[in-house]
Design a protein around this ligand. Structure first.
Ligand code: HEC
Ligand code: HEC
Length: 295
């Protein structure tokens, strides 16, 4: 399932239900149209499996109507990219499903998640001051609220930080494998906004390894990054800084020059190159020369 089909109406209903105690009744009217569309989105056979009476609601208002409940459930389903039976006991087509059962751990986790959201929206975000709006004709904006989708982005588990994920890959299988993984994820999720694929992510990944003294991995990552960001002066600047930390002054100079070849006005590289040349002139390379970084 694709998060692009995330239903704005159901999302709003979920936020409101999560944000305000007993809000269900007051928004019933506003919800009805969206909820109806959602009910129709379930096949008649699936719909027939959903009981009219609910027997095990611990968080949702006991008086919630069937269309409202289905709207909430649909919204969770879309936010996580799953089907109803991810949380409920029963087959894909819901034949004979036991919705009241708490057997599945995912259902129990979903309750904790819902409580978390309710606290964040209801206690924390709702207590923030209303945004003042500059223009007179614009109404003041309410504080934002969060939803399941805020974290999950259409996945069972929220996407992890790309840099953490790639760092694990470097440690397990080396920089080459991490670059392959980056390429794969980028092809797959380019437009989904799930991961930050900008150059800064790969530079941050490399910096993490350089900081632990693993210059080899850092340089291999930056080298792999050229496939995607070969025109970027800051990538070559990062390479230059890594080589400098490694006390490879000639290498560092070559990298800074590569950075300037891509953008002659790129200030960090200009400055670093100037300082590096002054250093090389003044003192023949010695141990410890690299301790003072050119900045
Ligand atoms: C992410 C987990 C999750 C998904 C996916 C999910 N549900 Fe639920 N569902 C729950 C939780 C949790 C409750 C109990 C809410 C409470 O305690 O107030 C619930 C309650 C229900 C109930 C009321 C059961 C009763 O008798 O108390 C029905 C009916 C239901 N869900 C139907 C559905 C349908 C239909 C879908 C698919 C469109 C669906 N659910 C998808 C977690 C989920
Ligand atoms: C603040 C971020 C955040 C929000 C908002 C959030 N989740 Fe989660 N959710 C997580 C994280 C993180 C995990 C993974 C926890 C772990 O690793 O065990 C998770 C795990 C889950 C799981 C267990 C998945 C599995 O396969 O074990 C379910 C089910 C779930 N969330 C449902 C929901 C639902 C439903 C909502 C909205 C009512 C929601 N989440 C909102 C962060 C969030």
């Amino acid at each position: 399932m694709n998060e692009a089909v995330h239903h704005p109406g159901t999302r709003r209903s979920e936020r409101r239900l999560a944000g305000r105690k007993n809000a269900e009744r007051s928004i019933a009217g506003a919800l009805a149209v969206g909820a109806l569309a959602v009910v129709l989105a379930l096949s008649p056979a699936a719909r027939a499996q959903i009981p009219d009476e609910f027997t095990n609601l611990k968080l949702l208002d006991e008086e919630i109507t069937k269309p409202e409940l289905i709207a909430v459930m649909r919204s969770w389903t879309l936010s996580l990219g799953v089907r109803c039976n991810h949380c409920h006991v029963g087959p894909d087509n819901l034949q004979g499903a036991d919705f009241a059962s708490d057997e599945k751990p995912t259902k129990r986790t979903a309750r904790r998640m819902f409580e978390m959201i309710r606290t964040i929206n209801g206690d924390h975000l709702a207590s923030l001051p209303v945004h003042e709006s500059g223009a007179e004709e614009q109404p003041a904006r309410e504080a934002q609220s969060i939803s399941c989708y805020t974290c999950h982005r259409g996945q069972e588990l929220p996407p992890r930080d790309l840099v953490d994920l790639l760092a694990e890959k470097v440690r397990a299988s080396g920089p080459g494998a991490a670059i392959n993984e980056y390429r794969r994820l980028r092809d797959e999720h380019r437009d989904a906004g799930r991961y930050d694929f900008r150059e800064e992510s790969l530079s941050r990944l490399a910096r993490g390894f350089a900081e632990t003294g693993d210059f080899e991995s850092a340089l291999a990552i930056l080298d792999g990054a050229k496939e995607f960001f070969g025109d970027s002066p800051s990538l070559y600047f990062s390479e230059g800084m890594t080589r400098f930390s490694q006390k490879d002054l000639d290498g560092a100079r070559a990298s800074f020059e590569e950075a300037l070849a891509r953008d002659a006005e790129f200030v960090p590289a200009k400055r670093a190159l100037g300082q590096l040349e002054a250093m090389i002139e003044k003192a023949p390379v010695q141990e410890g020369a690299a301790e003072k970084e050119p900045r």
